[in-house]
Design a protein around this ligand. Structure first.
Ligand SMILES: [Zn+2]
Length: 141
């Protein structure tokens, strides 16, 4: 096979696989759509350069260059790394009309999308649970 660029992406596993792989908090967020408590996420104040990947399957979702501090208490991005990697769905739970962001590869819940980032290039805010993400730093050995 040609040396095409491949991500180390695990295809959708069984529920048990996720339970083994993820912490209880990650499982609740990614697979049950729970929202983590604000200002608790490890990646909230991460300013290093690199990729943010799905904690459940490893798919690359966001780039550090689009991360900004929205003051919301959750990691915020004004754009996705690859529009095919993040799927948007209408979410009417909790009596609110919101847009849910999910991982296109494994269908895990990531967070919600809002159009209130008027100070950002796209005006869009991807409000993502920190524990739904892993960080893959660039330029480190
Ligand atoms: Zn995923």
């Amino acid at each position: 096979m040609a040396a095409s660029r491949r991500y180390n992406v695990v295809m959708q596993g069984s529920d048990d696989d996720y339970k083994k792989k993820l912490t209880p908090e990650q499982y609740a967020v990614l697979r049950e759509g729970v929202t983590e408590a604000p200002f608790t996420g490890e990646l909230l104040h991460n300013h290093d350069t690199g990729d943010y990947t799905c904690a459940a399957c490893g798919s690359v979702l966001f780039d550090s260059s689009t991360k900004f501090d929205s003051g919301s208490g959750w990691p915020s991005f004004y754009d996705v790394k690859n529009s095919k990697a993040v799927k948007l769905k209408e979410d009417t739970s909790h009596g609110m009309q919101r847009v849910e962001a999910t991982c296109a590869n494994c269908d895990s819940h990531l967070g919600h999308v809002f159009n209130d980032a008027s100070d950002q290039p796209t005006g869009t805010r991807f409000c993502i649970n920190s524990c739904a993400l892993n960080f893959d730093p660039k330029g480190k050995v």
